[in-house]
Design a protein around this ligand. Structure first.
Ligand code: XMP
Length: 526
C-alpha cells in the first residue's frame, strides 16, 4: 500500500504494525485504537527502511504469521525496525523473527501449541506493570509451531509455559519485547492491558486518538483534497456510505451530490428511511433514482451468482453516470471503504488470492469517468464508523443497523430474481427483523436476514394443499464479517417467527434456519 502521508492521523503519535500475515493482525490495530492509540498495519515486504523512516513511528509491533523463521526465505522485518531507536514488540512469529534477526535461535518444535495455555511470570518487566506479578500464572492464547531456544544478547526471559521457556522475553535497555502468545485476542484476558503498557508506558503515547479529533481533521483533509471540485456519493442505506456522506457534506456542503438508487432489491422501508434521513434530518440534497425496472430487467433469467453481481455493479455505474451528467459532471467519487477492505493481505507464495465473491461497489466508475476517490473512512473499523456516526449525530437506529450488501436482496434469492420473489422476501425479512427487535436481540447480532430458496415444498394450511417456497433464516455474530458464528436462537423464537411468516406471507410454506458458521459458509448465500 502506498503510504498516504497526508492522512489526519499523521498528526498523531503512531505505532507501526508490521504484518507477517497472521489471521488476527487486524485485532492488534483494533485493541490499540480502542485504547485511543493510532496505528497502521503495513505488510512486512512493503515496510522497508525508507518507509519506516517516513512513517516515523513511536513504536513498532511485529505481528504473528504462518511462516517459519527457520526457512531460507522466511519473511523478515527490515533491520531499520531495530535500529530506529523506538520500542519493538514482537508477537508470536514477530517474537521469533526478532530473536532470529538479533542473533538468537529458533527451532521447529516437536509439537505445536494451539489454544489456551497458562504462562508463569518469571521476571519483572515494564510490559507487565500493574497487570502481571512475578511467580503468578495467567491464561493466554497460543498459536505457534516454532519456538525460541536461545536469546540474543541483552534479552531475558520474563514468562514461560510448560512447552515454551521463552513465552515472553525482554531487553529492557533497548525496549525490545517478545511474546509467544497473542495479546490481541480476547482469549488472552489481560492482552489489551499488556498492549496498553507497551504503547503508553513504554512508547510514551498518550492516547489522543478520539472520534472528535478525527472528525475535525478529516473535514480539513476533505476540503484540501476536493478544493472547489464536485463529489458524487452513492448511498446504499448502509451505515458506511451514510456516515461518509454526512462527513463529506459537513466539509464541502453543496459541492456534494448524494444519489440513492432504488434497485428494487432493497429491504422494506429502506428507501423511505434514507430519503427522510438525508432530506429531512440533515437537509442534504439527494437524488432518489427509481431504477427497479432497469435492474430487474437486466437480471431477468440470470441465475449465476457472479453474473448477477457483475450485472448489478455495471448497472449501478450506468445510473451513476447519468446522475453525474445531470449535475454537470463530478470530479470525485465518495466511497465508504473501511480499513479491513484496504489492508493488503500478505501472500507468501506470491500467487493471486482466490476470489470468493466479487464484492460489489462502484469500482469501475472512477476509471470510466476519470474521477478521483474520496474515502474518508479508509482508516476506520466498522465500530469506529459507528462511533463517528454518533459523533456526527446520526440517529441511533441508523448507526446500529446491520450491514446490507451492495447487490441487495439479489444475493439472498439464489437463482434467477424477479419482482414477485423480491416482494415475498422483503415481507418475510421485515417480519423476521421485527421479531428480532421485539425480542431485544437486534444489537447482539451482527447481521440477520432471510433468504428465499428456489425450492418449493408441499404443505397443508387449513384443509388446503400448498406448494410454496422455502425461506431460510440467517443470523450471525461476528466482529468484522470475516469470520462468523450462527446465532443460537431459542427454538421457541424460531417457531414463533416461522409461524408468523407462513401465516402472513402468502407463497412461503416452510421456514428453515441456517446454522453454518463462516468459514466454511459465507454470510450471504451468493
Ligand atoms: P460474505 O457473504 O462474503 O459477507 O461472508 C461478508 C460481509 O460482507 C457483506 N457483503 C457485501 N457488502 N457489497 C457489500 O457492500 C457486496 O457485494 C457484499 N457481499 C457481501 C455481507 O453482507 C457481510 O456483511
Amino acid at each position: 500500500m502506498a503510504q498516504d502521508t497526508n492522512t489526519p492521523s499523521n498528526q498523531h503519535d503512531r505505532i507501526l504494525v508490521i504484518d507477517f500475515g497472521s489471521q488476527v493482525t487486524q485485532l492488534i490495530a483494533r485493541r490499540l485504537r480502542e485504547d485511543g492509540i493510532y496505528c497502521e498495519i503495513h505488510p512486512f515486504n512493503r515496510a522497508d527502511a525508507a518507509f519506516i523512516d517516513a512513517f516515523a513511528p513511536k513504536g513498532i509491533i511485529l505481528s504473528g504469521g504462518p511462516a517459519s523463521t527457520t526457512g531460507e526465505t522466511s519473511p523478515r522485518a527490515d533491520d531499520r525496525a531495530f535500529s530506529l531507536g523506538v520500542p519493538v514488540l514482537g508477537i508470536c512469529y514477530g517474537e521469533q523473527t526478532m530473536v532470529a534477526q538479533l542473533g538468537g535461535e529458533v527451532e521447529t518444535a516437536d509439537h505445536r501449541e494451539f489454544g489456551r495455555a497458562d504462562v508463569r511470570v518469571t521476571g519483572s518487566s515494564a510490559l507487565f506493570t500493574g497487570v502481571w506479578e512475578e511467580n503468578w500464572a495467567y491464561p493466554v492464547w497460543m498459536s505457534h509451531g516454532d519456538r525460541v531456544i536461545s536469546l540474543p544478547e541483552g534479552f531475558e526471559p520474563i514468562a514461560a509455559t510448560s512447552s515454551a521457556p521463552f513465552a515472553a522475553i525482554a531487553d529492557e535497555a533497548r525496549h525490545f519485547y517478545g511474546v509467544q502468545f497473542h495479546p490481541e485476542v480476547v482469549h488472552t484476558p489481560d492482552g489489551a492491558k499488556l498492549l496498553s503498557n507497551f504503547t503508553r508506558l513504554i512508547c510514551g503515547l498518550d492516547g489522543d486518538w478520539t472520534m472528535a479529533a478525527f472528525r475535525e481533521e478529516m473535514i480539513a483533509k476533505i476540503r484540501a483534497q476536493v478544493g472547489d471540485g464536485k463529489v458524487i456519493c452513492g448511498l446504499s442505506g448502509g451505515v458506511d456510505s451514510s456516515v461518509a456522506a454526512v462527513l463529506i457534506h459537513e466539509a464541502i456542503g453543496e459541492q456534494l451530490t448524494c444519489v440513492f438508487v432504488d434497485t428494487g432489491l432493497m429491504r422494506a422501508g429502506e428507501a423511505d428511511e434514507v430519503v427522510s434521513l438525508f432530506r429531512g434530518h440533515y437537509n442534504i440534497p439527494l437524488a432518489h433514482v427509481e431504477a427497479e425496472d432497469l435492474f430487474l430487467g437486466k437480471l431477468e433469467g440470470v441465475d449465476d451468482p457472479e453474473k448477477k453481481r457483475k450485472i448489478i455493479g455495471g448497472t449501478f455505474i450506468d445510473v451513476f453516470e447519468e446522475e453525474a451528467k445531470k449535475v454537470g459532471g463530478a470530479d470525485f467519487l465518495a466511497q465508504g471503504t473501511l480499513y479491513p477492505d484496504v489492508i493488503e493481505s500478505v501472500s507468501f507464495d506470491g500467487g493471486p488470492s482466490v476470489t470468493i465473491k466479487s464484492h460489489h461497489n462502484v469500482g469501475g466508475l472512477p476509471e470510466r469517468m476519470n474521477m478521483a476517490l474520496v474515502e474518508p473512512l479508509r482508516e476506520l473499523f466498522k465500530d469506529e464508523v459507528r462511533a463517528l456516526g454518533r459523533e456526527l449525530g446520526l440517529p441511533e437506529a441508523f448507526v446500529g443497523r446491520h450491514p446490507f450488501p451492495g447487490p441487495g436482496l439479489a444475493i439472498r434469492i439464489p437463482g434467477a430474481v424477479d419482482k414477485d420473489k423480491a416482494d415475498l422476501l422483503r415481507k418475510a425479512d421485515a417480519i423476521y427483523l421485527d421479531e428480532i427487535r421485539e425480542a431485544g436481540l437486534y444489537d447482539e447480532i451482527w447481521q440477520a436476514f432471510a433468504v428465499l430458496l428456489p425450492v418449493r415444498t408441499v404443505g397443508v394450511m387449513g384443509d388446503e394443499r400448498t406448494y410454496d417456497y422455502v425461506l431460510a433464516l440467517r443470523a450471525v455474530t461476528s466482529t468484522d464479517g470475516m469470520t462468523a458464528d450462527s446465532y443460537p436462537f431459542e427454538h421457541d423464537f424460531l417457531s414463533k417467527v416461522s409461524t408468523r411468516i407462513i401465516n402472513q406471507v402468502r407463497g412461503i410454506n416452510r421456514v428453515v434456519y441456517d446454522c453454518t458458521s463462516k468459514p466454511p459458509g459465507t454470510i450471504e448465500w451468493e
